[in-house]
Design a protein around this ligand. Structure first.
Ligand code: NAI
Ligand code: MG
Length: 361
């Protein structure tokens, strides 16, 4: 029996509902698997916690997380607490301290989900976006001189290191190799941003030489955004800097249908530190507490976590159950169904048991 300790941070709003749902699915998977157990460390870090304690997590919060195998997060954010507080007080320290330099977001149109793109089918939208998650344009370096005056000067620095650029690009190629995807596309803007982006392109070219079997191409970020909409079928793996990746990782889920289904992983590939798995959606205060949130993004993250922990087959089983549940029409209102969180969760769990039973017989 392999036992992993998972830090569970439901956070705010629907995060509490989706993490509970995701855990039920993971526990069901462990039950049918037999050789795997997840033990949860329940952490109430959130905006609610901030309002009580004046901080998003305790002073030794990062030490608490360090010993866990992974972090399973819902969403943080609540009206009354500024978004930069929740971001800089919890998510960014976790992503940076634990060198989660990869933000991985699969963009896949699942059956039964409607894409806003006319005439595109599930086989047309199926690619992986890899975003640099630790440096680049979000470097927290810069300043303001003479604020509020006519002489005001504002500078924000972008920081690209060879180490940082190389490792994210190499990850994208390794991912293409591992998943049997034949192409890596790079997001650039070397015409307008004339120091960092030509450097990014150089490193992309250098690294690509180590992967002769993988086709490459590159697009300026503006053209790339347009191609996500006009030619999503052309992409396999897409890699971009922190800012470009941020833009692409919102556009991707948007073309793949509902934000309620989209997953995201913040990965430390060396497994030196815990990685963090969270849905793309936020805390959705407008529907929180009603029991109607779509748990599928959270469940999909759980499948990615299983994969990261070395249980790829378990992750695939969860994804099969999720896909079957969608195809059977058991879905929440955001994707046109009339089931609630409970019903979708139960349906996925039942399907896991049925698939596992069928595999055994
Ligand atoms: P949101 O993703 O929470 O909601 C946007 C819209 O989508 C809402 O109408 C919501 O009801 C709907 N929605 C989102 N997830 C859903 C789900 N699973 N099922 C059904 N419907 C769903 O984004 P919003 O409203 O901009 O942000 C709300 C709060 O969440 C803010 O405080 C924001 O800072 C925070 N946030 C946190 C994130 C995180 O923890 N990583 C990411 C995005 C936002
Ligand atoms: Mg974003």
């Amino acid at each position: 029996m392999n036992v992993f300790q998972i830090a569970a941070i439901p956070g705010d709003g629907i995060g509490k509902e989706t993490v509970a749902a995701g855990r039920e699915v993971l526990d069901t998977l462990c039950e049918v698997h037999g050789g795997l157990r997840l033990e949860y460390l329940d952490l109430d870090w959130s905006c609610e916690y901030y309002l009580k304690h004046g901080r998003m997590m305790p002073e030794n919060g990062l030490d608490t997380l360090r010993s866990c195998a992974s972090i399973y997060l819902g969403a943080v954010g609540f009206p009354g607490v500024p978004d930069h507080v929740s971001l800089w007080g919890l998510l960014l320290p976790i992503r940076r301290t634990f060198q989660q330099y990869i933000n991985l977001r699969p963009v896949k149109l699942l059956p039964g989900v409607r894409t806003p793109l006319a005439d595109k089918k599930p086989e047309d939208i199926d690619f992986l976006v890899v975003r640099e998650n630790n440096e680049g344009e979000y470097s927290n370096m810069g300043g303001r001189l003479y604020p509020g005056t006519a002489q005001e000067v504002v500078v924000q620095n972008t920081v690209f290191t060879r180490f940082g650029v190389e490792r994210v690009i190499r990850y994208a190629f390794e991912l293409a190799r591992k998943t049997g995807r034949g192409k890596v596309s790079s997001a650039t803007k070397s015409n307008g941003i004339n120091f960092t982006m030509p450097f990014w392109d150089e490193v992309f070219k250098e690294v690509s030489l180590e992967y002769p079997e993988i086709t490459t191409n590159q697009f300026h970020i503006d053209a790339l955004c347009a191609r996500f909409v006009t030619h999503p079928q052309d992409f396999d793996v897409v890699v971009g800097s922190n800012l470009f990746g941020d833009i692409l990782t919102d556009l991707g889920p948007a073309i793949a249908g509902s934000i309620g289904v989209a997953p995201s992983a913040n990965i430390n590939p060396q497994k030196e530190y815990p990685s963090m798995f969270e849905p793309v959606h936020g805390s959705a205060p407008d529907i929180a507490g009603k029991g109607i949130a779509n748990p599928m993004g959270q469940i999909w993250c759980g499948a990615m976590m299983l994969d990261h922990l070395g249980y790829a087959e378990g992750g695939e089983l969860v994804m099969q159950a999720l896909t079957d549940t969608l195809a059977a029409g058991t879905t929440t209102a955001d994707i046109g169904g009339n089931a609630n969180t409970r019903q979708v969760t139960d349906a996925v769990c039942e399907r896991i048991k049925a698939l596992a039973g069928a595999a055994r017989n």
